[in-house]
Write a protein that binds this ligand. Structure first.
Ligand code: ASP
Length: 336
């Protein structure tokens, strides 16, 4: 493994959140006696360096992460389901041009947008996904509609857009997703014929546990800048970027999708927890080590069936946050 695996784990006890980092202090605590709700999010992983971020951009990202956490937390606080919470959370991020999902999604090499999303309900292991949609304003809504209103798990391309339309979901012209920042990134990538990892981060995801102990996961993305038309990443693939099973774990991943597909990251993590009895952080570290061994990078957010949670990433940073009855916190860089 060429990259250092950075571990950020957190275990919650009652109202107290304890954070452990392999390069810093490590703390642990038993699971809370009374199940509490908890929401964990990411807004993409990659080379996200303090030195490259203006104070303004830093503040903007933190505010956006808090806004997303607020949307899901309101639902969980009121006794709503983990499923509703993860959908509402990533919906806010899809509508925020800062993130590579929904409005603000990256461009394909053809100068258009093709979006992927998936969602999974840990209660039943029902799942829904859309891949390569071009007109659905909020792909996560379409993924949920696939799960609840069809007999299938995944729809792709024009059929997915048509399905969303038939479900009464809002459709937009593909140019709705345009932003100057992503256009500049496309032009740079096409000119330099190389894609920096900043040209894909911004994928968003959420995992949650509700007061009833149910868990869920959701992930949504525009993919990678200048991706070939028709390319599908890991985000809409159940078992690659998204997985949830009550009593086991819920995972949402972000990173170089081709590697996450080949490793089957989300299912690998949940299988290690379920069949090998590993804790969620160890399981996530093992899966990401597999990704790194193949040459990929990225990160995952994981929530266990007992409400423990973990951020694990082998990139320079990951936009991330967590909220619970004890409050909310967000982070961006590796060293915080
Ligand atoms: N996993 C996404 C993809 O490969 C991109 C990312 O998460 O940064 O499409």
């Amino acid at each position: 493994m060429t990259m250092t695996l950075i571990r950020f784990a957190a275990i919650a006890l009652g109202g107290l959140i304890l954070t452990a980092c392999a390069t810093a202090a490590s703390e642990s605590a038993p699971a809370p006696e009374t199940p509490e709700w908890r929401l964990v999010i990411h807004g993409g992983a990659g080379v996200i360096l303090r030195s490259q971020m203006t104070a303004e951009a830093d503040a903007e990202y933190r505010a956006a992460l808090h806004a997303a956490l607020d949307a899901g937390s309101d639902i969980l606080r009121a006794g709503g389901s983990a499923l509703d919470a993860v959908e509402a959370t990533v919906l806010v991020m899809e509508d925020d041009p800062l993130f590579n999902a929904g409005k603000g999604a990256v461009f394909t090499a053809a100068g258009t947008h093709e979006l992927d999303a998936s969602i999974m309900d840990g209660r039943s292991r029902d799942a829904g996904a859309v891949a390569g949609v071009t007109r659905v304003k909020n792909p996560i809504r379409a993924a949920r509609a696939v799960m609840e209103q069809s007999e299938h798990v995944m729809f792709a391309g024009t059929g997915a857009d048509a399905f969303a339309e038939a479900q009464g979901l809002e459709l937009v012209d593909n140019t709705y997703f345009n932003t100057d920042r992503r256009r500049e990134a496309l032009e740079r990538v096409l000119e330099q014929r190389t894609r920096s990892d900043a040209d894909r981060h911004g994928t968003v995801g959420a995992v949650a546990i509700d007061r009833d102990g149910n868990i869920a996961a959701a992930t949504t993305t525009g993919g990678m800048t200048a991706k070939a038309a028709g390319r599908i990443g890991d985000t809409p693939l159940i078992g690659a970027a998204t997985y949830a099973e009550n009593g086991v774990c819920a995972v949402s991943a972000t990173g170089h999708g081709e590697y996450f597909i080949r490793v089957g990251v989300a299912k690998t993590i949940c299988d290690r927890v379920k069949f090998a009895g590993e804790d969620i952080t160890t399981a996530a570290e093992v899966a990401l080590a597999e990704v790194a061994a193949l040459g990929g990078d990225g990160g995952v957010i994981v929530i266990g069936g007992d409400g423990a949670y973990s951020f694990v990433f082998n990139s320079e940073g990951m936009y991330r946050g967590v909220s619970s009855p004890a409050g909310a916190s967000v982070a961006i860089y590796r060293d915080e």
